[in-house]
Design a protein around this ligand. Structure first.
Ligand SMILES: Nc1nc2c(ncn2[C@@H]2O[C@H](COP(=O)(O)OP(=O)(O)O)[C@@H](O)[C@H]2O)c(=O)[nH]1
Ligand SMILES: [Mg+2]
Length: 321
């Protein structure tokens, strides 16, 4: 029954009906089997055209503000822009996340801009299955610039490299932990580094430090692409055009090197992996609830019950999807 609705929503979504797009996104988030039904339709003939841009970096560095300013630049040239903001669901970052909505809200009425937040639940800011599935949906619907905002912690960085064509790491002056940022690996993944809040006094020192490590080639070098370092002040609207230019140059580089399609393939493989991961984990949690109510104490019997349940589940997998 749900399939009929999906076709209807897809038809409407193609005509830019935001309500239908919202419903499809909710399908992608709700359960793997519902998401599967949507993906099965949209991935059938989808060649992949969108330029996917990952924005990561410490909370408060100005990612949302920068994206909002970039949207201003891009909509002037008739781009269709989607923003997927990954919600780390921790009490600490909650405030920042609510801030995202406020900062990007000004665009929400624009027919060519769609902003959606995704909760990662336990994933520590990493990309969830739903987040990647959403990229596919927006791409299918003709959004040609897709921004993904993630908090640069742990797993999120490596995830974003499998998904985004262009990775931008935003930092800000005076956090005093440039070394820590490097250690965390965040800095090593960027195609473009942005030192935002360059309106602040301490920015010169941080900029020199960052240029030194990038110039010395210690981090981030790819064959044929030298990572860029840009100074911006999202608040004052400075450096945004330069940032856009660097993003477009990186896109040209990706296209000319064949990385554009390579990344799309990698993204789809990642999607399959995340799909299975989520399906199995959901099933396991469900069976665990049942196990809790059983009166079995010994370890190997408990393991046996769960293992058999999962085995059966896998055997019936196509029925399930
Ligand atoms: N001084 C200054 N503040 C900024 C700049 N860009 C953003 N901010 C402020 O920094 C705070 C965090 O910005 P936000 O975009 O939410 O950062 P995010 O957590 O990385 O998405 C907000 O209060 C912004 O107004 C900037 O260029 N200069
Ligand atoms: Mg933000």
């Amino acid at each position: 029954m749900i399939e009929e609705y999906i076709y209807e929503y897809i038809e409407k979504a193609k005509k830019n009906d935001k309500g239908s797009i919202g419903r499809l996104l909710t399908f992608l988030e709700s359960s793997p089997s519902q998401a599967f039904k949507v993906l099965n339709i949209i991935l059938r003939n989808n060649v992949g055209k969108a330029h996917v841009i990952g924005f990561t970096g410490i909370p408060g560095s100005g990612k949302s503000t920068l994206i909002s300013k970039l949207i201003h630049q891009y909509i002037k040239d008739n781009h269709k822009i989607a923003v997927i903001a990954i919600d780390p669901t921790s009490p600490l970052s909650r405030g920042a996340f609510l801030g995202d909505r406020i900062r990007m809200q000004e665009h929400s009425l624009n027919p060519n801009v769609f902003i959606r937040s995704v909760s990662t639940r336990g994933l520590k800011g990493g990309l969830s299955f739903a987040g990647v599935a959403m990229v596919e949906l927006f791409d299918y619907l003709g959004y040609d610039k897709i921004f993904i905002e993630t908090v640069g912690v742990g797993q999120a960085e490596t995830d974003i490299m499998n998904i985004a064509h262009t990775v931008i790491v935003a930092t800000m002056p005076g956090v005093g932990d440039e070394i820590q940022v490097l250690k965390a690996g965040v800095m090593e993944i960027a195609d473009i580094y942005v030192l935002n809040k360059s309106d602040k006094e301490e920015s010169l020192k941080t900029f020199e430090y960052l240029s030194f490590i990038i110039e010395s080639g210690e981090i981030g070098s790819r064959v044929g692409w030298k990572p860029r370092l840009l100074k911006t002040s999202a608040l004052m609207g400075q450096g945004i055009q330069e940032l856009r230019k660097a993003i477009e140059e990186h896109l040209e580089y990706c296209t000319s090197q064949g990385y554009f399609n390579h990344k799309i393939n990698l993204r789809r493989k990642t999607l399959v992996k995340l799909f299975l991961e989520k399906t199995l984990l959901d099933k396991l949690s469900e069976e665990f609830e049942e196990l809790k109510s059983m009166d079995i104490e010994d370890f190997s019997s408990q393991l046996d019950i769960l293992r058999k349940k999962i085995e059966n589940f896998l055997r019936e997998f196509d029925k399930y999807t």
